[in-house]
Design a protein around this ligand. Sequence first.
Ligand SMILES: [Zn+2]
Length: 432
Amino acid sequence: MNATSRPRPPISLNGVHYRWPDRPVVVVCNDGGDPAYLDHAVKKGIVPNVARFMATGFSAIAQCVIPSFTCPNNVSIVTGSPPSIHGISGNFYLEPDTGHAVVMTGPELMRSTTILAEFSRQGAKVASITAKDKLRQQLGKDMDIAGGSINFSSEKADRCTARENGIENVLDLVGMPLPDLYSPELSLFVLAAGVKLLETEKPLIMYLSLTDYIQHKYAPGEPEADRYYRDMDALFGRLHELGAVVGLIADHGMRDKSNPDGSPKVVWLQDALDREFGKDATTVICPITDYFVAHHGALGSFVRVYCGGSRDRNGAHARATPEAVIGFVQTLPGIEAVYDKTTAARLFDLPIDREGDVVVISDGETCIGATPAAHDLSALGGHPLRTHGGIAESRVPFILNYPLNATYAERAARGGLRSFHIFDFAINGVEA
Ligand SMILES: [Zn+2]
């Protein structure tokens, strides 16, 4: 900035003022990047760049949004807000009036614009790259593509158009073939594309959102996980060398939820409720469900129960009140917490109009399904089930490659760090 130019007014969104950064800011969301992976990788010496960021920059454990699922947390990160503000609390919910399941992965149900969109609409070049295409539209909501910003997924990197994505010929740019949907390359492609964009287009703000394929399949220390973390680390190092402020975050953690014999440790909640209250008295919704079920068989650790009994003319159904469901579910093994709608919305900052009548959260060793028939466990391919959604998977690494300024150091020291503070800290909080 020269002596005569005045600083641009900050970008304000959801109560946070974001200054115009002096250097590019890149936030990477390592999907499913439980702290256990980095702990292991740092100890083993396979992530030298991350280790250096942690030593000379800033490193802490932050709390993600519960349900500790991908969509709510990615939307929280790009809006800097909890789901009560942005409205996305799962992959779908039951519409109260109709009882129909409504998919929540589109941008139309988002109640907030994004940090990316606001910078983009004020003239900054912004880029969002995601592994799975299902997140692309939410992350790109309101971004000014015609004005030069970029939004694409590695899943559909071969189909990018200037009009839709703000970029073409991505495979040539990155120099990698189109990655398989179920591969570590789907994420590595995102990072490699981010490096290329930083070298060529130089976006001011960039968001790189990976996929949790590796973490769902492999525990910390398995050779495939080590290789993935080593490969990611090299690309994090390149982002740093290119002069960016780099913020590393995860959308949620990941835990092994299998029995000693390798079978998934599941509470079949719909079965249990049907036995107790009668068939059709309740509906269990597993909001982790999406079309990428091979990762987890749609088994997560947070489900919603809808008590339709009161609307039913069959008197037998009337017993399934939220109070009765809570009382019953509390007796089931493997359950960590059961809340009514109001309590869940208050505790976890969730939009109450999209909440179930009862929220059920399993413990760190257990997951919850509806009925065995509703979940395709063959999709796990013999791997022990690793999944997320509950409180046990809500701790995530929060790392910056530069130290915090005094204001943000003080704020971090007070505790209560949330994963959706990462853009605030990366833009306003570092002495780069
Ligand atoms: Zn995720």
